[in-house]
Design a protein around this ligand. Structure first.
Ligand code: SIN
Length: 525
């Protein structure tokens, strides 16, 4: 076997990838990070609200955080994975602070806020609403201090598989030349696929590259029907949409309809701080019933708006809006993919040598609807666990977490991206937005399936989006119930027959894998 170029090859430079790379370097392993844009171009940098963790023992606990996560996840979370997240999360945050990240303080303690679905204020933040940027800054500084090799503008095309294990990737280097990068272990941390949709809060880099590579290689991928729509993206014609953080509602902003009526308490006991799927559905339904494009966010009661939310303030002022006087037009936008490459509790995929973390992964912590501000925590926790497992000598998955019930990778061809067609990205974004958005039904999904089936992408990234989009529609058709972020108008209720995951593998059709019988779905006990 040729000598690996690195012990650990990390694809992606957001919180999950940089956590894994830094941890590997600290453990004496060589690490290379490939990133397709500039080092800082990740969804992490854009994260506003914060990081959720039970840091204050007198009024919060990992058990309470676990219960909130499972409720928001519509009882499709993997309870063991959530327990890992909520118990290890606080320590990973302390590590991050130890390595230089600065979170906002309220006197001597960390300032916290509430977001949708949280029963207590446990979301810490930085720079008011620039939490992701601060985490990215701190991790980037660590990565540079550790001398980790970063290759910018390298685009991965497919997995290298030899002898039944992943040995690296094929990629196009910064000059566009085809290259192979070999490694002992490959960590996919390429983020989500919000760019499947015409209306998204995600940066342009969110094109599902890692998930698409896994799908083409027959690696297990799960829960793709659960694209989370953020309820309050600013309805202004910017691409991507400006996010109006849930933390605004945590600090007193309220949703109003076109008559000025605050309606969320009619929808859910938590009112404006209901889980995100509930709020997105409520807005979409009202808009559809009344023929509107948007409703309104009234943030006029927030004191010190410019100081508390400087990023949002800058964005809305640039568009001529003044949130201290104006209601802000809001509508849902694709925000976070809860599914991805299926992993065990240590981030191992079902292909030996291949690991996944962050939004590219389906570790089971998000279930059918990610709890607000759990994603940065997810990257910190599982990015670290992958390296611990590698250092401990692990090379393949265990039957833990989401991996329970998923068979090992079946040898077979590793598909290449299908490029060279004429389809514009806008064409399939329109289809997915119209037919597989917040509200879906069999007829719309079948229409989407036919339309996407006849498209052929021009570029590598569009081919990746099409692969993910087709699988998303396929899974959404198979799940004939409504749960979390997946709302089927023709199957409006949750159905326990679907207590499980749709998992793509070698044959391209999603197989249903029931949740383990031991988990108490309703209580998480
Ligand atoms: C937000 O600030 O509302 C987004 C936070 C998240 O997506 O978790």
């Amino acid at each position: 076997m040729p000598t690996p170029a690195a012990d650990v090859l990390v694809l992606g430079s957001g919180v999950a990838g940089l956590t894994a790379a830094a941890h590997a370097a600290r453990q004496g392993r060589t690490a290379i990070v490939l990133t397709k844009a500039e080092f800082d171009d990740s969804a992490t940098s854009w994260a506003q609200g914060g990081v959720a963790a039970a840091l204050e023992e007198d009024r919060d606990s990992p058990d309470l955080h676990l219960a909130d996560t499972i409720t928001a996840g519509a009882h499709l979370c993997d309870v063991d994975a959530v327990r890992v997240l909520v118990t290890e999360g606080p320590e990973r945050i302390r590590d991050l602070i130890g390595s230089g990240a600065r979170f906002d303080q309220l006197g001597p303690v960390l300032a916290t806020t509430r977001e949708g679905g949280h029963s207590v204020a446990r979301v810490i933040h930085a720079g008011g609403d620039a939490t992701g940027a601060e985490i990215q800054r701190a991790l980037a500084a660590t990565t540079r201090d550790l001398g980790i090799e970063i290759r910018e503008r390298w685009r991965v095309t497919d997995l290298l598989v030899e002898g039944g294990r992943c040995v690296g990737v094929r990629a196009l280097d910064a000059a566009g030349a085809p290259r192979q990068v070999r490694a002992g272990h490959t960590v996919v941390a390429t983020g989500g696929a919000g760019q499947c949709f015409a209306v998204t809060t995600n940066p342009p880099v969110a094109t599902g590259d890692g998930i698409a590579m896994a799908l083409r290689a027959g690696v297990a991928v799960a829960d793709l029907e659960f694209m989370q729509f953020h309820p309050t993206a600013l309805d202004a014609p910017t691409t991507p949409r400006v996010l109006l953080s849930e933390a605004l509602r945590g600090e007193g902003a309220i949703l109003r309809d076109d008559d000025g009526v605050a309606f969320m308490l009619e929808e859910h006991p938590l009112g404006d701080l209901a889980p995100r799927d509930v709020v997105a559905r409520a807005i979409t339904r009202r808009c559809n019933e009344r023929g509107l494009d948007h409703l309104w966010l009234d943030a006029t009661a927030i004191p010190n708006f410019p100081d508390r939310f400087p990023t949002i303030w800058g964005h809305v002022r640039a568009l001529g809006l003044d949130p201290t006087h104006d209601f802000l037009p809001v509508a849902p936008a694709a925000h976070y993919l809860s599914g991805g490459i299926a992993t065990d509790l240590d981030g191992a995929s079902n292909l030996a040598g291949l690991w996944a973390c962050g939004e590219a992964a389906c570790s089971g912590v998000h279930g059918a609807n990610r709890l607000a501000s759990n994603s940065l925590l997810d990257g910190l926790v599982f990015g670290s666990r992958i390296v611990e497992a590698i250092v401990a000598g692990r090379d393949g998955p265990t039957q833990t977490g989401v991996m329970r019930g998923i068979a090992p990778w079946a040898p077979g061809p590793v598909g290449r991206p299908d490029v060279g067609g004429t389809t514009d990205r806008a064409e399939f974004q329109r289809v997915l937005t119209r037919d597989a958005g917040v509200l879906r039904e069999r007829a719309s999904l079948e229409r989407a399936s036919v339309a996407l089936g006849s498209m052929r992408a021009r570029t590598l990234e569009d081919a990746n989006l099409l692969d993910v989009g087709r699988a998303l529609v396929h899974a959404a058709l198979a799940r004939e119930e409504s749960r979390g972020t997946h709302t089927r108008l023709d199957h409006p209720d949750r159905d326990h027959a679907f207590d499980g995951r749709f998992v793509f593998g070698r044959d391209g059709a999603p197989a249903f894998v029931p949740l383990p019988a031991t988990a108490d779905l309703e209580t998480g006990a």
